[in-house]
Design a protein around this ligand. Structure first.
Ligand SMILES: NC(=O)c1ccc[n+]([C@@H]2O[C@H](COP(=O)([O-])OP(=O)(O)OC[C@H]3O[C@@H](n4cnc5c(N)ncnc54)[C@H](O)[C@@H]3O)[C@@H](O)[C@H]2O)c1
Length: 274
């Protein structure tokens, strides 16, 4: 098999592997010969090397999962995430950001030279510039415990107005803050911002009245909804050797939605920017 992507016989870790984008990653990674370690709170059906149950908002659960992972890792795919609403503010921040950061940190010592990390943010995360002060205040809580504690303060509770966006903005700023140090260690880190993608995530939103009437505002110019495989393939490409000189990038995977906004051809409802 041609190994141009570099995954053959390499250990890769995928969170949110049971469904949607994570499942899309898993499917493609198996096809290109990776040893897939699949992490999720739900069962993973795919024939992976190892499926590990984890609740990513629980530090003990993360540490237990890491103990089951191999000593050397080529790629990490941070796909686990929940919409808010319906998920509560605290859970959303813990799953979408604090747990993701903790898992990434625990795995960094195992990342090989020229390894890669790709995380899934969101279009909503691209409003990070206008919320930078608040995100920096939160990120100053550098440990799992201090971040969890801050979220339960009055200041932390105030983010509930848009906790989902805050979690995804935190992910983007975290990447910017760490890309240089990781480059010195020959580890790449990138973050994608997907346009609306059909998955269990959008089904949960639809169930509480946030269906296509809302998500249609954020679809690409051609009106298409992505699939988990569309996003999974983009993530697999970005973490592959073909992207070996790309790091610290916020990458919209939205078939021109961000371009249309940037060109001033469409209302910028979320105040996003590159
Ligand atoms: N679907 C969209 O329109 C959309 C758009 C932009 C960004 N995103 C982001 O994409 C990522 C993937 O979402 P998706 O669309 O594939 O949805 P999905 O619901 O199909 O997949 C999310 C996965 O995360 C897992 N998960 C949830 N809570 C967990 C926990 N506590 N511990 C471990 N695993 C947990 C779920 O079991 C599920 O398998 C998420 O981070 C989401 O925020 C989604």
């Amino acid at each position: 098999m041609n190994n141009i992507l570099g995954y053959q016989n390499e250990n890769v870790v995928v969170t949110g592997a049971a469904s949607g984008m994570g499942a899309g990653c898993v499917q493609r990674l198996l096809e290109v010969g990776a040893n897939v370690y699949a992490l999720d709170i739900n069962d993973v059906d795919a024939p992976v090397s190892k499926s590990i149950k984890v609740n990513i908002m629980d530090k003990e659960s993360i540490t237990a999962a890491v103990a089951e992972l191999p000593g050397e890792i080529f790629s990490l795919f941070n796909c686990a995430g929940v919409p808010c609403p319906p998920a509560p503010t605290y859970n959303t921040m813990m799953i979408n950001f604090v747990g993701m950061r903790e898992l990434t940190r625990q795995l960094l010592p195992r990342m090989k030279k020229n390894s890669s990390i790709a995380s899934v943010s969101s279009t909503a995360g691209m409003a990070w510039r206008s919320n930078r002060g608040n995100v920096d205040t939160f990120l100053a809580n550098d440990s799992f415990e201090s971040a969890a504690a801050w979220l339960q303060t009055e200041e932390g509770s105030a983010i509930s107005a848009d906790a989902y966006a805050f979690s995804k903005q935190s992910m983007i700023v975290y990447m910017f803050n760490n890309a240089a140090e990781l480059a010195r260690r020959h580890i790449r880190i990138n973050t994608i911002c997907p346009s609306p993608t059909e998955s269990a995530f959008t089904e949960q939103m639809a169930e509480i009245g946030l269906g296509r009437d809302i998500t249609d505002f954020f679809t690409p110019p051609n009106g298409l909804y992505a699939t988990g495989s569309d996003m999974g393939d983009a993530l697999v490409a970005i973490n592959s050797n073909l992207f070996r000189f790309v790091s610290g990038c916020l990458i919209p995977v939205d078939w021109g939605y961000t371009a249309e906004i940037t060109a001033g051809q469409r209302d910028n409802l979320l105040n996003i920017s590159l």
